[in-house]
Design a protein around this ligand. Structure first.
Ligand code: AMP
Ligand code: MG
Length: 389
C-alpha cells in the first residue's frame, strides 16, 4: 500500500498534457491559457482625460481662458491648444495637443465661451497617459485559469481568439448490478448511482469535459462495452468494483482488457481500494464505490490530475490551516480525510465518518487531513484541511 503523496506522484507521471486549441474570447472564460498572449495595441491609445472638465495649458487660481472647442469620447479635437485657451473635454476623450492638464468642471465657472478657474483648483492633471494600462507586446502569461477580469483585459488588448488547453475528456463509468440511474425506478435490492453524478459536476467545475457512460454491470461483456464506449477519452474513471471480491469486476477484469496498472491501494481513509494506470491512449483511475470515498478521491486525486492535464502545476489539492473547536481522537495508520463543519470559529469533525454517508459529506465544509498515526488533538490546535466550499 502506498501513501497519498506517492500515489499522487505516480498519477502525475501517468497524466499526459493535452494539446492547445483556439477559442473565441466569449468561450475562453474558465479555460486555461495555453500560451502567452501579447497586446496588439496601447491602452489608452492616446493621452486621455480621466474626468469631465477643461483641457488647458496651465492651471492657476482665477485664470480666465477662452474655449476653442470640445473633445468627447470617440470625437477628438485635433487642433493645438495654446496659452489662454481651453477645450471642453469629457472622460475618455483624447487630450488635445498642447494641453498639459484637465481642470475638473467643479473647479471652473463658465460664462459662454469663457471659463474662469476657481480659487483652489485640484493639484492633479487628470490625464491618463497613452499606454498607461498596457503597451503593444505586454503579455498575459500562460498557465492561468481565465477569470472574468482576465477576459476583460484580453478584450481590451484586442485578443479575439484565445489559445487554451484542450479540455480533458473524462469518461465516467459506474459499475454494479445494484445501480440504476436517477429518475429510474429501482428494484428492492437496488440503489441509485450517485458517484458518477457528483464526479461529473466536479469535472465540470475543473474545466474538464465529462462523459457519463452507461452503468457497467458486474460482468466482463458489460465492462468491456463500457470501455469501448470510453474510447477517445483522455481519462477513464471507473467507480466501484475496485476491491478483490468475487463481484469486483474492475479489479478482476480490467487488466485482461488492457489496463496496465501502476498501483493499487492507497493508505488513506476513505478510499483505500484506488487503482491507476494507463489504458491504451487513456489514463485510468479506478475509484472505490462507496460514495464518500469516490468523492473524496475525486477531490484528492482526480482533480489534481485534471489540473495537470490542463497544464496547471502538478500539485496536490490546496490545503488550508484551521483551528479545532473540538478535540480529535488519535488517527489510525492511514491518512484520514475527516468530514468536518465550521462551528464556533473552528472545525468540528462529524461524529460518523462512515464512507457511505453522502448526507454528511453534503453538510461538510472541509476535510480535515490527519497524517497516519497522528496522535490525539485538543480543541484549539491547528490542523490542515481541504476546503469543500
Ligand atoms: P464496490 O466497490 O463496487 O463494492 O462498491 C462499494 C459500495 O459503493 C457498494 O455499497 C455499492 O453499492 C456502492 N456504489 C458503487 N458504485 C456506486 C455508484 N456509482 N453510486 C452509488 N453507490 C455506489
Ligand atoms: Mg460493486
Amino acid at each position: 500500500m502506498i501513501s497519498v503523496a506517492e500515489a499522487l506522484d505516480q498519477l502525475f507521471a501517468l497524466a499526459r498534457p493535452l494539446g492547445v486549441e483556439t477559442v473565441p474570447l466569449l468561450q475562453a472564460h474558465g479555460r486555461v491559457l495555453a500560451r502567452d498572449v501579447a497586446a496588439t495595441r496601447n491602452q489608452p491609445p492616446f493621452d486621455g482625460s480621466a474626468m469631465d472638465g477643461y483641457a488647458v495649458t496651465e492651471v492657476a487660481p482665477g485664470l480666465k481662458l477662452r474655449m476653442i472647442g470640445e473633445s468627447a469620447a470617440g470625437h477628438g479635437f485635433y487642433q493645438t491648444v495654446k496659452s489662454g485657451e481651453a477645450v471642453r473635454i469629457f472622460t475618455g476623450a483624447p487630450v488635445p495637443d498642447g494641453a498639459t492638464a484637465v481642470v475638473i468642471q467643479e473647479d471652473v465657472t463658465r460664462d459662454g465661451d469663457w471659463i474662469t478657474i476657481g480659487d483652489s483648483p485640484e493639484d492633479n492633471d487628470h490625464i491618463r497617459p497613452a499606454g498607461g494600462d498596457f503597451r503593444v507586446g505586454d503579455t498575459v502569461s500562460a498557465g492561468r485559469v481565465l477569470g472574468s477580469n482576465d477576459i476583460a483585459l484580453l478584450a481590451s488588448m484586442n485578443i479575439a481568439e484565445v489559445p487554451v488547453a484542450r479540455r480533458p475528456v473524462v469518461a465516467l463509468i459506474s459499475t454494479g448490478d445494484e445501480l440504476v440511474m436517477p429518475g429510474e425506478t429501482p428494484g428492492p435490492d437496488q440503489i441509485i448511482a450517485s458517484n458518477t453524478f457528483g464526479l461529473h459536476a466536479l469535472m465540470r467545475d475543473l474545466g474538464a469535459e465529462p462523459r457519463l457512460l452507461p452503468i457497467a454491470r458486474d460482468n466482463e461483456p458489460s465492462l468491456k462495452t463500457a470501455f469501448e464506449l470510453a474510447r477517445g477519452s483522455d481519462l477513464i474513471v471507473t467507480i466501484g468494483g475496485a476491491s478483490v471480491g468475487d463481484h469486483d469486476v474492475v479489479a478482476n477484469l480490467a487488466p485482461q482488457l488492457g489496463f496496465d496498472q501502476s498501483f493499487y491501494k492507497v493508505a488513506m481513509r476513505p478510499g483505500k481500494p484506488l487503482m491507476a494506470g494507463r489504458f491504451g491512449e487513456a489514463m485510468m483511475i479506478g475509484l472505490p464505490g462507496n460514495p464518500v470515498s469516490a468523492m473524496v478521491c475525486g477531490h484528492v486525486f482526480v482533480a489534481p490530475v485534471v489540473r495537470a492535464m490542463l497544464g496547471l502545476p502538478a500539485q496536490p489539492a490546496p490545503r488550508r490551516t484551521g483551528v479545532l473547536s473540538e478535540p480529535l481522537t488519535p488517527n489510525g495508520p492511514r491518512e484520514h480525510y475527516m468530514r468536518a463543519r465550521f462551528e464556533n470559529g473552528g472545525l468540528v469533525a462529524f461524529g460518523s465518518q462512515d464512507s457511505s454517508l453522502l448526507s454528511i459529506l453534503g453538510k461538510a465544509d472541509a476535510l480535515i487531513v490527519r497524517a497516519p498515526n497522528d496522535g490525539p488533538r485538543a480543541a484549539g490546535e491547528t490542523v490542515e484541511y481541504l476546503p469543500l466550499r
